[in-house]
Design a protein around this ligand. Structure first.
Ligand code: HEC
Ligand code: HEC
Ligand code: HEC
Ligand code: HEC
Length: 412
């Protein structure tokens, strides 16, 4: 059964979710430690790290928590791991200062904790803000839904009434039904001369908000959907045959777009809208290849959507040449490079465990920041700031430098 979790429409539930009131004990289990880009299985596990490590004393998520620092759901949700590493680095001195001031011990974060925390912050952007019912009413009419479906007694009778969707807390239930009934609807649309609608931006979230408002259904108890496990979604993606047509970063079929290269870092209803928009193209290929149109259970659809959302969690490789420049310009070279025969103040980053995975780097940078900050201070060096994808380029450089060292070490 779906466990009661995030309601897209009720803040109270959102908060319950974050602070774990509704979660059974077993979903607190930790994810397996990330390797080079493992997909998280429970992105919500990080909300425990967020509170246990005291981030919550100064930061809030959706207005729950402290106010000394920014609300992270508003300011920094949805960053890739290495973007997050850069942001944490940038704000380290100010955070260290505030912690000292308030006598809050600075927490360290091991790889697993950082992994959970980063996935949690990334996941926050997936949950839509509630749609706008007025806009939804207009979209429902413009897209022709009203010609075939009634809601609250108004509309056509070609398709079933949609009032029953009021009892669902997430638009995913409705989009799942739209996916399963998609080809039957397409047939009726052709017969009725209604052009098949395309969805953009918040269209589906708005339609859902309209149904919630206009429905004559008494509602009854709300039905919630699990927020989804990207790791399980990866399995669904294989089992349902998506991978026969779609590659993900080169692995898989080549009949359809490589989904690792498509911008799917969007809210749930936007991803659902995309699947809808591209459905006729998919059906055609499925017919050609004799693949049945996949059907989903509620859990499967939320898992596969979460998986699609997490495809952009890890950064693609950066630019090593830019990375080398960053290493020089940001001053890392001053302490992390030793000319032959000399010893450097900090460890050789190209050989450090810290660059073995993005999450590893994120936690190493966080944990070592205070020592570095003291040294920067002592030497009167300015604390460098990382922008956009600079951290990614830096890591790409360090990794390639590490490989070069290995090969030269092996050459007689
Ligand atoms: C003692 C208070 C305090 C604690 C504890 C704290 N922070 Fe901060 N944090 C701040 C302040 C203040 C800022 C803004 C700093 C600045 O302006 O540079 C900040 C900034 C940030 C930012 C950048 C936000 C933005 O909008 O640019 C991130 C991300 C962040 N903190 C994450 C964390 C995480 C994760 C933890 C827990 C491991 C944590 N912080 C613990 C006070 C704190
Ligand atoms: C031309 C008529 C037509 C239009 C236009 C149309 N639908 Fe449908 N819809 C149908 C029919 C017919 C079914 C039932 C299909 C079946 O039996 O598989 C259906 C099924 C559905 C279902 C599943 C209903 C259930 O009982 O679970 C949903 C949800 C839905 N439509 C939403 C929409 C939305 C939202 C729009 C506008 C964007 C829309 N439809 C536009 C004809 C239409
Ligand atoms: C038989 C081949 C086939 C299968 C199986 C298939 N797809 Fe597709 N998919 C396509 C084609 C072809 C397109 C491009 C269609 C178009 O643009 O009209 C597409 C497009 C998409 C898009 C939109 C990409 C974009 O550019 O925005 C998404 C998302 C997607 N598919 C997800 C899935 C998922 C999830 C599954 C498994 C449940 C799946 N597909 C199964 C062929 C397939
Ligand atoms: C003023 C000297 C100094 C500068 C400049 C400096 N670091 Fe460091 N760094 C250190 C020292 C010393 C350590 C070891 C700290 C400790 O033991 O806690 C360290 C540790 C690290 C670690 C952890 C390495 C490991 O193997 O665990 C990383 C990652 C790191 N630094 C990255 C950087 C980056 C990126 C820059 C440039 C933006 C930089 N450092 C600039 C002195 C410096």
């Amino acid at each position: 059964m779906p466990i009661g979790l995030r309601s897209v429409h009720t803040l109270v539930l959102a908060l319950a979710l974050i602070f774990g009131m509704l979660l059974p004990a077993n979903s607190r289990a930790q994810d397996a430690v990330d390797g080079q880009g493992a997909i998280p299985s429970d992105p919500l596990a990080g909300r425990i790290v967020f509170s246990d490590k005291g981030c919550i004393k100064c930061h809030s998520v959706w207005s729950q928590g402290g106010t000394l620092g920014p609300d992270l759901a508003r300011s920094k949700a949805g960053l890739s791991v290495l973007q997050l590493a850069g942001v944490l680095w940038n704000h380290s001195p100010a955070m260290i200062e505030k912690m000292r001031e308030r006598r809050i011990a600075r927490p360290t974060l091991n790889t697993q904790e950082m992994s959970n925390l980063a996935a949690f912050l990334y996941f926050l952007d997936y949950f839509d803000a509630p749609g706008n019912a007025d806009k939804g009413q207009a979209v429902f009419a413009e897209k022709g839904c009203v010609k075939c479906h009634t809601v609250g007694g108004m509309g056509g009778h070609v398709g079933p009434a949609l009032d029953k969707y009021k009892k669902y807390a997430s638009p995913l239930f409705m989009t799942r039904a739209m996916w399963s009934h998609g080809s039957a609807m397409a047939g009726k649309m052709a017969a009725q001369n209604v052009p098949r609608p395309h969805f953009e931006g918040r269209d589906l979230a708005d339609i859902f908000a309209f149904i919630q408002r206009a429905s004559s259904d008494s509602g009854g108890e709300k039905i919630y959907m699990e927020p989804g496990s990207p790791a399980r979604g990866e399995k669904v993606f294989v089992e349902k045959g998506c991978i026969r047509c779609h590659a993900v970063r080169g692995k898989g079929g080549h009949i359809a777009p490589d989904l690792g290269k498509v911008e799917l870092h969007q809210a749930i209803t936007e991803i659902a809208g995309r699947m809808w928009n591209h459905a006729p193209g998919m059906w055609e290929k499925m017919r050609e290849m004799n693949i049945p149109v996949p059907r989903f259970s509620d859990t499967e659809i939320s898992d596969v959507m979460a998986y699609l959302y997490f495809l952009q969690y890890y950064d693609p490789p950066g630019d090593a040449v830019k990375g080398q420049r960053i290493f020089m310009e940001k001053g890392c070279v001053l302490c992390h490079y030793a000319p032959p025969g000399a010893k450097s103040l900090g460890p050789d980053l190209a050989r450090s465990h810290a660059i073995s995975s993005p999450v590893e780097l994120c936690s190493a940078m966080w944990n070592h920041a205070p020592t570095m900050e003291a040294l920067f201070h002592e030497r009167g060096l300015p604390w460098p700031q990382f922008e956009d994808n600079e951290m990614r380029d830096l890591v790409t450089y360090l990794r390639s430098a590490g490989k070069t060292q290995e090969t030269t070490a092996h050459t007689p």
